[in-house]
Design a protein around this ligand. Structure first.
Ligand code: NCD
Length: 320
């Protein structure tokens, strides 16, 4: 589906209530801040996640058509901690393998009284399509092709907000395979919505941001220039599964030119945060010494993923 045909319009009902979470484009700042505040309130003073009855009697289905460790399991934990019943649909052994059309599978699951569907799919726009054609349920986009990964961006914003007071004054650098990264696209959107004044995108030419989406960001092909004095670095994996063979960079060359090493990290501010959505490929986009250094909040991002996903599901449950 072409980017300009993918619209998040379906995620708000006629009265402006959030009924699906498809993407962050056109989502007002107050909605985004509400989700972050709710997520913060779900974390107690010791950093533990609270339990809630908000999804009592509701059923959530996870449909992951692509591999996932963090997103799938944190969605599952978030639903369970909100008291929902959860099923992880076994897609590899489902009727889809007998050529059932996806929408027939979706209607079938809905007939089992599923209230929320968490969908990850390689096709950009697929969750949006389902949201438009399946009434009476909520759709949560857990990553669609190269288009969007809204809950990842929300957990990234929560992780930044817990440590830095003001988005307006931040310099945030996103480094790596931006072209194929739905995380980058949603992070850029969330940072813009929150008023971040300096968003820098660092990538080799073939992996840089689509110029048509380039407003209000600065693009760099030199990592040392791009990292200078920044407050946050978000590192991305080379998403080879979305590249054609001939475009896959040599890993050693890529690490030499774009890998985040301790020397390069020293170009940023002293208290610069290092983030990564995972999975990490050590020695390709990030040096192990950086991945494990005290500035790295990669594992905190994972925990925050549960809080953010609980918050989103609870808001959707309230609005349904
Ligand atoms: C990302 C994704 O799937 O888009 N991972 C994630 O959700 N934690 C990034 C990636 O796969 O590199």
């Amino acid at each position: 589906m072409k980017k300009d045909l993918i619209s998040n319009q379906a995620q708000l009902d006629d009265s402006g209530k959030l009924i699906h979470l498809l993407g962050l484009e056109n989502l007002p700042k107050s909605y985004l801040v509400d989700i972050l505040d709710k997520a913060d309130n779900l974390i107690d003073s010791k950093g533990n996640l609270k339990k809630s009855k908000a999804l009592d009697d509701m059923s959530v289905a996870n449909l992951f058509f692509e591999p996932s460790t963090r997103t799938r399991n944190t969605f599952e934990i978030a639903a369970m901690r909100s008291s929902a019943n959860v099923i992880n649909v076994d897609l590899a052994n489902s009727a889809l393998k007998k050529n059932e059309a996806l929408m027939d599978t979706m209607h079938t699951l809905k007939a089992m009284q599923i209230d929320m569907f968490v969908i990850r799919h390689k096709q950009s726009g697929l969750p949006h399509h389902v949201a438009q054609h399946l009434e009476g349920v909520s759709i949560l986009n857990a990553g669609d092709g190269i288009n969007a990964h809204p809950t990842q961006a929300l957990l990234d914003m929560l992780s930044i907000r817990q440590r830095k007071s003001n988005f307006e004054d931040l310099s945030v650098a996103i480094v790596g395979d931006i072209t194929h990264s739905r995380v980058a696209h949603s992070d850029i959107q969330a940072l813009k919505t929150l008023g971040t004044s300096d968003i820098r995108l660092i990538a080799p030419e073939g992996l840089q941001h689509d110029s048509s989406r380039c407003e209000a960001v600065r693009c760099f092909d030199n990592i040392d220039e791009g990292l200078k004095d920044c407050d946050v670095i978000i590192v991305l994996r080379l998403q080879k599964e979305r590249m054609i063979e001939a475009d896959i960079p040599n890993e050693q060359e890529y690490f030499d030119n774009y890998g985040l090493t301790p020397e390069r990290l020293a170009l940023a501010k002293k208290d610069c945060l290092v983030m990564h959505p995972g999975p990490i490929n050590r020695g390709v986009e990030i040096d192990s010494a950086v991945a494990d250094c005290p500035q790295s909040i990669v594992l905190q991002q994972v925990t925050n993923g549960i809080a953010v996903r609980m918050a989103v599901m609870q808001i959707l449950a309230q609005n349904s």
